[in-house]
Design a protein around this ligand. Sequence first.
Ligand code: ZN
Length: 380
Amino acid sequence: MVRKVVLSLSLIALASCGIVLQDMRQPTPESAPVTERSEPVGVQATVQIPVQTLVQSPAQAPAPETEIEPARSGANAVAPVSVSESPTFAAASAAPVLPAQSVSAEQHAEQQSWIDSLCTEIGNKLGSVSINDCLSQQLQFANGHSVNQRALVKKDFIPTDVGTEFPRILVIGGIHGDEYSSISIMFKWMQLLTAQADSDFYWRFLPLMNPDGLLDGTAVRQNANGVDLNRNFPTADWQDSALSAWKNSTGSNPRRFPGHGPATEPETQWLMRQIEEFNPMVIISVHAPHGLLDFDGPSEAPQKIGQLHLYRLGVYPGSLGNYGGVDLGMPVITLELPSAGIMPGSKDIQNMWTDLNKWLINNSSSLTAVDLERKKLVNR
Ligand SMILES: [Zn+2]
């Protein structure tokens, strides 16, 4: 295959995760990520390829730390955020609020080996998450596999007061495999939560929905079947619009292929099960590189999270915002980090975390009301 760096190209209609974006990207040398920088909808933009390699590939020597996260000065450079005065978190395994699934010792050992392999691959691929950063989170197998049989994992942070039902917040990274920062920031926020005294919320992190997209050689947006998972959710408009929108709005761009049908992909089906089982009050989904904040569903949108300002992109057939926000009536916050290949600085990472927590706390009564209303409708 001819490998060629395309230094700039025109994007006809923009959009990453939420928007439609047509690009003509060529493979780049090694697995250096392409950072798609673009302006909000409908303008011409330039794709910039960072000069330096931002991630490690198995074939490369380990990348220096500074390559992906310039401000990083150590594994725990991000200072903890205090949003609560209460004592420490309950150990997730000791006090599950949701019924735990019983597994045999053999099954547990097998699941742990899947997680160890996944962490090894993640640590070898991402410049700002080491193998140990990943292992130390003690991720759990979340009852799902990708197309290429990688484990789909979760991490629960359960408040100490197990007698109380806490609002549940679901945080999702790596829906698109080439949006490295959306995965790395999961580990930074999990470190913050680990260091944090307690929380007013029951957090579930799904740090990497699309492991094959990240880890099968050169990282790609789609899963191993070539499907854009953020167009594969079974939204009410999928049958009527998903394939026609893909053909007409993206010129059948393979990076936006919604699949041959709704929810055809194991990763999509798994996330749907996670949403159903966890029943979150709010979903937070992280993407890159458009540098904005989008919001779907009921309730008042946050105006700003860290440096990201509200810019509504609208919904797309098969997108998570459309599925969760419109169809299921769950508020979905979509954070588009400013770069796919370069992590925000530690201050920005912390500010985003603080703003998310503040927004959740300040809006908890209206969010709870929306949540109760939704549950009533579901149970009717
Ligand atoms: Zn994305």
